[in-house]
Design a protein around this ligand. Structure first.
Ligand SMILES: Cc1cc2nc3c(=O)[nH]c(=O)nc-3n(C[C@H](O)[C@H](O)[C@H](O)COP(=O)(O)O)c2cc1C
Length: 285
């Protein structure tokens, strides 16, 4: 599935290039078609039930439409491959950036600057499963290499929270009243070679931040919790939390609704000017 996702993403990107070249990414389209055929040959698979396969079909459909509009012959690329009408009824491929980009993003700046870690929680209130799912939906919108979307969330409430926190080294004084705990992982099966050795941590870190912001967006607060632990502690967590071998734990996130009297450290920051180095070769700044 990782291959299908990676390949349709290349095709999708080619459709959105500033100067589109007809026939671009043809080799990837061919190879994607081979993967999709193989996938469909498996017994009992329903392409409608697999979101990524569905997206791949939609991207191919967009590719085909774009070339038809340009009167460019794609028979050499598509061969006998047919796009099932049912599968491509929802458009894929590219969308105008302005559909999303024209929002009032300025509103986001004060919000991002106002976020603070929360370590004192309302003990009476737990998020519903819909809220947890909404957090996951926001989290998976994080950018990821080739849109591989390898971030995974395991969420715990009740006694398991304390069982897991026993192995975490930075929750003294507040861990006992954390109502909800996320374990953030990445699925390593989507990474391909040694040159990508740091990518799980990069994608996992971005995914974790987007989870934090998703939690904030639901009116809750959170605290990131480091997972700088021994191999033994990592193994124990995997056992308790039932985390498969192919997932790597990135960090934990404690969260819940804020207690009315909760306090946060000021955690003063460097100024933007202090951490920014401008390399102005245009001379326009
Ligand atoms: C990867 C990571 C691990 C962290 N681990 C802990 C931790 O173990 N315990 C804790 O109380 N805070 C932890 N924090 C929270 C930081 O202390 C906090 O983000 C920082 O002091 C800035 O404060 P703010 O989040 O309120 O702006 C962690 C943050 C990150 C990003």
């Amino acid at each position: 599935m990782g291959d299908i996702l990676r390949k349709y993403h290349v095709v999708e990107k080619s459709l959105g290039m500033p100067e589109f070249r007809p026939g671009s990414a043809a080799d990837v389209v061919k190879s994607l078609i081979v993967d999709l055929k193989k996938w469909r040959e498996q017994d009992g698979v329903d392409p409608l039930a697999n979101r990524q396969v569905l997206v791949a079909y939609r991207v191919l459909s967009a590719y085909l439409r774009k070339h038809k509009a340009l009167d460019y012959d794609t028979s050499d690329i598509f061969g006998d491959f047919e796009l099932d009408v049912e599968l491509v009824s929802v458009p894929g491929g590219v969308k105008p950036y302005k559909d999303e980009g024209n929002r009032d993003w300025e509103e986001l700046v004060p919000m991002l600057r106002a976020r603070a870690s929360l370590r004192t929680y309302d003990q009476e209130r737990l998020p519903t499963s819909d809220v947890l799912e909404s957090i996951a939906q926001t989290a998976i919108k994080a950018p990821s290499v080739c849109n591989r979307q390898t971030g995974r969330l395991h969420v715990f409430t009740g006694d398991l929270v304390q069982e897991i926190l026993k192995f975490q080294t930075g929750n003294r004084g507040f861990g006992h009243q954390v109502p909800v705990l996320f374990v953030v992982t990445v699925d390593l099966r989507f990474f391909l070679s040694r040159t990508e050795r740091n990518q799980p941590f990069v994608d996992g870190g971005l995914f974790a931040l987007q989870t934090v912001l998703g939690i904030q967006g639901e009116g809750m607060g959170s605290v990131c919790l480091n997972w700088c632990v021994s191999h033994e502690s990592d193994e124990r967590l995997r056992e308790i939390a039932k985390i498969p071998d192919y997932e790597k734990v990135i960090m934990l996130i404690g969260c819940g609704y804020p207690h009315a009297e909760a306090l946060s450290p000021v955690s003063a920051r460097h100024s933007g000017a202090d951490i920014l180095t401008v390399h102005d070769s245009s001379g326009d700044l």
